[in-house]
Design a protein around this ligand. Structure first.
Ligand code: 3PG
Ligand code: MG
Length: 402
């Protein structure tokens, strides 16, 4: 993968249009998790110290295009961004146009301008060349530092990369390097943990992973569908009866690549999907009729831990059970702690991503202790699926053309 890196360019006195992903969760005007802002800032500081002038562009939420609903204004991100960057930042109430251009031209070396939500303009999600040309007027160099939105072919992630000298930002590079080392050139044995509710939403992930890793631990509602395909009774368990063929195809692909698929051998079955619901642990083929599988059992979890013990790379997407409700978070928490133990001992590289996964790791209090936790949701999944991400492809094309 060859892309120009902004850290290799002469940025003094230049206006950089930096595509960030500051799409953070908020409640009213309060940011509930500033991780994306906090991770973005450190890569920008050295550029500012070299005299770059930053014009930061981002989307926030999914506003109805053309409607300036103040709920989606990004002015509320300004204090947190300013604090993370350690300097005051200017704000433009318009995303593009003469006023925004003037504000960008007023920047001095080391100064920062944040402009209003990209998605207020219908041109953004349409990858509209006219809107991209307006964005191009805000700077001399384009920087994509938003891996987590690079699966979108939008004006700020795709079209714009063809209009200005284009470079990859520091956080995007960090993200790609971490994911590449875990998926494309993993130290072996490499194990993937794939959980979540549905097989149908992760078919491409599983298909791609079985070609790249030595074993896949399958958990969550998805594991139920595998057990169901083997004839196990499901009781009230979540499963997809129409995915039996898919399961067979994934099994066949895994066998062809010599990848082992590991399923729970025992399961925790509850009467209801509720915290502390009455529950029993039974063999994986013995879920009672009036109960639902909500977690892998202790014997299965011990087996999964033993797998992790012998591996050098762990790639994790999706919780193993109903991690939001106790005690059905047990398998997820145990594997999270095991992964951390191995990371600390220098025994394994551990990489995780996806919204639910990060929530689960946060719950276990181990997010900081993984080798790398991606803040990307959809983009991380598409990467796991082996798809080309439009934002990354545009940077590669720009490097080739340069
Ligand atoms: C995300 O939060 O997953 C990214 O910011 C992309 O947002 P989107 O799913 O609204 O495109
Ligand atoms: Mg998303």
């Amino acid at each position: 993968m060859s892309m120009t890196r902004i850290t290799d360019m002469d940025v003094a006195g230049k206006r950089l249009v930096v595509r960030a992903d500051l799409n953070v969760p908020v409640e009213g005007a309060r940011i509930t998790d500033a991780t994306r802002i906090i991770r973005f800032a450190p890569g920008m500081r050295p550029l500012l110290e070299k005299g770059a002038r930053l014009v930061i562009v981002t989307h926030f939420g999914r506003p109805k295009a053309g409607v300036l609903d103040p709920a989606f204004s990004i002015e509320k991100l300004r204090p947190a961004l300013s604090e993370a960057l350690g300097r005051p930042i200017a704000f433009s109430e318009v995303t593009v146009g003469p006023e925004a251009v003037r504000a960008s031209e007023a920047l001095q070396d080391g100064e920062v301008l944040l402009v209003e939500n990209l998605r207020y303009d219908a041109g953004e999600t349409r990858n509209d060349p006219t809107f991209a040309a307006e964005l191009a007027k805000l700077g001399d160099i384009y920087v994509n530092d938003a891996f987590s939105v690079s699966h979108r072919a939008h004006a700020s992630t795709e079209a714009l990369a063809h209009l200005l000298p284009a470079a990859a930002g520091p956080l995007l590079m960090e993200e790609i390097e971490a994911l590449t080392s875990a998926l494309e050139t993993p130290k072996r044995p490499a194990v993937a943990i794939v959980g979540g509710a549905k097989v149908s939403s992760k078919i491409d992930v599983l298909r791609n992973l079985v070609a790249k890793v030595d074993a896949v631990i399958i958990g969550g509602g998805m594991a139920n569908t595998f057990l169901f395909a083997d004839g196990a009774p499901m009781g009230k368990s979540l499963h997809e009866a129409d995915q039996v063929q898919t399961v067979a195809a994934i099994r066949e692909a895994a066998a062809r690549r010599g990848c082992r698929l590991l399923l729970p051998t025992d399961v925790v079955c509850a009467t209801d999907f509720a915290a502390h619901a009455d529950n029993v642990t039974v063999a994986a083929d013995a879920c009672p009729e009036d109960r639902m599988i909500l977690d892998a059992g202790p014997e299965a979890t011990a087996g999964f831990e033993a797998e992790l013990e012998i591996c050098a790379t762990v790639l994790w997407n999706g919780p193993l059970g109903a991690f939001e409700i106790e005690p059905f978070d047990a398998a997820t928490m145990r594997l999270a702690r095991k992964a951390v133990e191995l990371t600390r001992a220098g025994q394994a590289v551990t990489v995780a991503g996806g919204g639910d996964t990060v929530a689960a790791l946060n719950k276990a209090g181990v997010t900081q202790d993984f080798t790398y936790v991606s803040t990307a949701g959809g983009a991380f999944l598409e990467w796991l699926e082996g798809k080309s991400l439009p934002g990354i492809a545009a940077l590669e094309a720009a490097a080739k053309a340069a």
